[in-house]
Design a protein around this ligand. Structure first.
Ligand code: ADP
Length: 917
């Protein structure tokens, strides 16, 4: 037999297991109540404990397999299996180990039985050794198994022992904890009650009561006191106490800075102070000698507000941490509650202040609203009405109502007198205009003059106050007054004043209100006054406009009713207006004329002759050097009609040009009658000359005595007849000449002449007269004087006329001078230059005398036919007034111009130019 135990066990697995199980079963059954073997009992127990036969078989299987492995030196599966077997025991008992050992012993018996089944040990020595070795190994293995079981059991038993000990300790600790928990629960409940009590109250005294009472009850101590910090005195003051030896009132104080006092120390440190052995000498009156002291600060929000002091002769309670914590918790709750109560008080205080402020503010706002409404009403009134009196009344009424007064008025400054006059009186329309103050007079006058408001608390004490007679009702002498100036655009319009029977009635608010309204009212008054003035001005202007319109209509009517045609043009020449007559005269519709401008119209009508009415020149220079308006006129022919046109400027009062007026007149008939008249004068003159020549001739014969002797008287008469006949002939000759000129039938023999020669002829002619009147005569003719181009007879006629006038109109012994020189056109007065050639040279002749002179207004008229001035020599000089009327056209015919300068009673200078040859 050569097999290992492992092999043997494996080979006999089924048999052994089956037998082991059966043996176990048999012993189990045999272990009846009558049985007495311990093994039998153990097997029965094992059977009981291995609940199910399948599980039992699995267990035995796994033990068996573990044994096979162990036989092969792998002990772990067996150990594991045994651990499992132990683990299956719910409550390891004292009998467990024997049971397990019995189980192994059954297996041994089963194995032994199987080994001995084949008979006694083999005979062969080798096989016998093998057999014995197998038996030994089996026993060793089972022994090992039993030992392991025992070891495991002992280990398990130790564990159980240890666990038992621990459990005992745990139970003890639980007991202590339960005790502490009970205490804590009590404290928590107390704290909870304190918290509830505190949260239910906001009253400091109540809160102190709750905390103190509860602590006192819970702690079972000798005394308890609560101290609060007074920030004003920096003392800790006793607020409430319980128990013995607590001072009866709250007069006990401890200075917070007291160095050794336990309360002060706890307060300063902000932590619990516990002192078992206290020196009474260092403590205040609060200390009960022989007691231990626990001082706990009241801390809320890191601020110490007081201290809770607990005193007890036994220090143990005070030393207990949980007691201290309890006091600390209660103190912290109390501190927070007290702080909350303080904040609550503060908030309540704030609230009441706030409510008070709100009430005040509401009142102010109400007043402000009323003020604004009044100001708005006034503003509305000032902007919506231009009726001054209505504005004053409503503003005054509104302000008086707001201020709460019944007396007041608005006084305005009268422009003429600068006096202040009542213009609106509160509730008394009938007294308006009754009161009057000069500027500076009375309070009102002072306000107006200084442009400053015045609040007079007591009018009877104000030096500015003026008593007005007979006016007790209106003019109160008691109470107070307020007056503000009404100023618009820096000008004082008036004063608004309100008064009240009470002294000192008016305040700053009233002043602000009135000052604020015053500006508005002043502007309103100003607007109303401006409006009134504007209305007046408007009325005035509308009247003026109507008048002007009427005048314009009249002017237009006059213009239209004129028989002369009138066209007015603006300063640019455009036609502005024309009358109906012009349509007829110019045979053109007004519409057509209006389209044109006047210069163009004149050019069309006059052709080249338009130069005679130089409209452009007139527009450029409407007045001459004497500021007299310049006029130009000429005539032109149109459809067999003669039309004269005269241009003159239209000037306004400041001599500035508005335009030009052209007057057209149909002068066909005048020209015709003039022609007829000239023709008639010519014919008559001619017819008169022949008989006059006979009269002159025969009178001459008679006077010479050729027809018989004549006496002196007859001779004298004949000479008179002769003189008058000569005069008559002169007149007739002059008339004939004028007629000739007018009819254009003068024949001129123009040739170059020596002026000196002509002058000497004239001198010869007039020499006798000059000498008879004893005039001093001087003649000045420069040697280089050019020849003149003229008709010799006509030049002579001109010179004779001018010189004989100088002789005639100069009293005897006067001075007559004759001067000639060459000049340009510049020497001719500007007004006469027209028609002259600017480049032409002229000979200027000046005849100067020291005679009677001619008045300025007659200077132009002396050139009219038959015009003679009233002068001292008029009768003596004789004359017809035709000379100058002939000279001027004659000079013009020769291409020259004549003008005169004269001073009455001093002399005259007649100047003329004729073109140089
Ligand atoms: P008359 O025949 O009257 O002299 P004139 O035509 O020559 O007529 O002169 C007109 C008027 O002019 C005169 O009547 C005179 O009043 C005035 N007159 C003319 N020459 C002079 C002069 N040298 N001095 C003053 N008056 C004069």
């Amino acid at each position: 037999m050569n097999t290992s135990l492992a092999h043997w066990l494996t080979d006999n697995r089924d048999t052994l297991l089956l037998r082991w199980m059966a043996l176990l079963h048999d012993y189990t059954r045999a272990a009846s109540p009558n049985g007495n073997g311990a093994v039998a009992n153990g097997a029965a127990d094992l059977d009981d404990q291995i609940v199910h036969p399948d599980e039992q078989s699995i267990l035995l299987d796994s033990i068996y397999d573990g044994l096979i492995c162990a036989a092969d030196q792998n002990y772990e599966p067996l150990n594991e299996c045994l651990r499992l077997l132990r683990a299956l025991r719910l409550h390891p008992g004292e009998d467990e180990l024997p049971q397990q050992l019995a189980l192994i012993s059954y297996l041994r018996r089963t194995a032994w039985a199987l080994l001995f089944e084949d008979g006694p040990p083999p005979r062969a020595k080798r096989d016998s050794q093998e057999w014995r070795r197998l038996l030994d190994e089996l026993d060793l293995l089972l022994e090992y198994t039993s030992v392991t079981m025992a070891e495991q059991w002992i280990a398990a038993a130790e564990v159980v022992q240890r666990e038992l000990h621990e459990t005992k300790l745990l139970v003890e600790s639980l007991y202590h904890d339960a005790e502490a928990t009970d205490r804590t629960t009590l404290q928590v409940s107390n704290l909870n009650q304190i918290a509830q009590g505190l949260s239910a109250s906001m009253d400091r005294a109540q809160q102190l009561e709750i905390v103190g009472e509860k602590l006192n009850q819970a702690l079972e101590i000798a005394s308890l006191s609560i101290w609060l910090f007074d920030s004003n005195t920096r003392d800790l003051v006793l607020a409430r106490g319980w128990g013995a030896s607590i001072p009866p009132d709250d007069s006990v104080r401890v200075a917070a800075e007291q160095p050794d006092d336990l309360i002060a120390r706890a307060f300063r440190l902000g932590t619990i102070v516990l002192e078992v052995e206290v020196d009474p000498a260092l403590q205040g009156a609060w200390y009960a000698p022989g007691c231990a002291v626990l001082a706990t600060p009241l801390v809320a929000q890191r601020q110490v507000t007081g201290v809770i002091v607990v005193q007890d002769p036994s220090p143990h309670g005070l030393q207990d941490r949980s007691q201290q914590d309890f006091v600390k918790s209660a103190a912290s709750q109390a501190a927070i509650a007290l702080e909350n109560a303080r904040l609550y008080d503060e908030v309540r205080g704030f609230n009441s202040v706030l409510e008070q402020r709100i009430a005040e503010r509401t009142r102010e706002l109400q007043l402000e609203r009323d003020t604004l409404e009044t100001l708005h009403d006034i503003a509305l009134e000032t902007t919506s009405t231009l009726d001054r009196d209505a504005l004053l009344e409503s503003s005054l009424g509104a302000l008086a109502k707001l201020v709460g007064v019944e007396h007041g008025s608005i006084m305005l400054v009268e422009a003429e007198t600068e006096h202040l006059i009542d213009c609106a009186v509160l509730g008394r329309k009938e007294t308006v205009g009754y009161t009057r103050f000069a500027m500076g007079q009375g309070i009102v006058g002072w306000v107006a003059q200084h442009k400053k408001p015045a609040v007079v608390p007591d009018i009877s004490k104000d030096p500015r106050w003026i008593e007005l007679p007979r006016d007790e009702e209106r003019h109160k002498t008691i109470g107070s007054m307020i007056a503000v100036p009404l100023i618009a655009h820096h000008q004082t319009m008036g004063v608004l004043l309100l008064s009240h029977d009470d002294v000192g009635y008016f305040n700053e608010d009233h002043l602000r209100l009135l000052s604020a309204s015053a500006g508005q009212i002043a502007i309103g008054i100003n607007n109303a006054q401006l409006y009134a003035e504007l209305e007046k001005e408007l009325h005035h202007r509308s009247e003026m406009f109507q008048r002007q319109q009427t005048e314009a209509i009249q002017s237009q009517a006059i213009l239209q009713s004129l028989s002369d045609g009138v066209i007015v043009c603006g300063d640019d020449g455009s036609v502005l207006t024309a009358n109906l007559a012009v349509e007829r005269i110019l045979e053109r519709s007004i519409e057509e004329l209006v389209i044109w401008n006047l210069p163009e119209l004149l050019r069309r009508l006059l052709g080249r002759r338009a130069d005679e009415v130089p409209i452009d020149e007139l527009l450029a220079r409407p007045t001459d050097e004497r500021h007299a308006p310049r006029t130009f006129s000429t005539t032109f022919e149109m459809s067999m009609r003669m039309i004269s046109v005269t241009l003159g400027p239209v000037l306004n009062s400041k001599e500035s040009l508005l335009g030009v007026v052209a007057v057209f007149r149909d002068i066909t008939r005048e020209v015709e009658s003039d022609r007829l008249k000239t023709e008639f004068i010519g014919t008559v003159s001619h017819e008169l000359r022949t008989p006059m020549t006979s009269i002159k001739g025969f009178t001459q014969l008679l006077a010479m005595g050729s027809l018989g002797p004549v006496n002196d008287t007859q001779k004298e008469f004949l000479e008179i007849i002769q003189t008058n006949a000569e005069r008559m002939i002169t007149i007739i000759n002059d008339l004939l000449d004028i007629t000739k000129i007018e009819t254009g039938s003068v024949e001129l023999d123009m040739r170059p002449l020596h002026l000196a020669e002509s002058l000497s002829n004239v001198m010869m002619e007039l020499q006798l007269n000059i000498r008879a009147r004893e005039h001093a005569l001087s003649i000045s003719i420069p040697p280089g004087l050019p020849l003149v181009r003229a008709d010799a007879r006509r030049l002579n006629q001109i010179l004779v006329n001018l010189l004989s006038n100088a002789v005639k109109y100069t009293p005897p012994g006067g001075k007559i001078s004759l001067e000639a020189r060459e000049v340009g056109i510049d020497a001719v007065p500007e007004a006469l230059r027209e028609g002259l050639k600017p480049a032409m040279r002229y000979a200027l002749v000046e005849v100067r005398d020291t005679g009677v002179g001619v008045a300025p207004e007659e200077l132009e008229r002396i050139f009219e036919r038959f015009y003679r001035t009233e002068n001292p020599l008029k009768v003596e000089a004789g004359g017809t007034g035709l000379g100058l009327a002939l000279v001027r056209p004659l000079i013009q015919l020769l291409g020259g111009r004549i003008w005169v300068e004269s001073t009455l009673a001093e002399g005259s200078t007649f100047s003329f130019v004729v073109p140089a040859a």
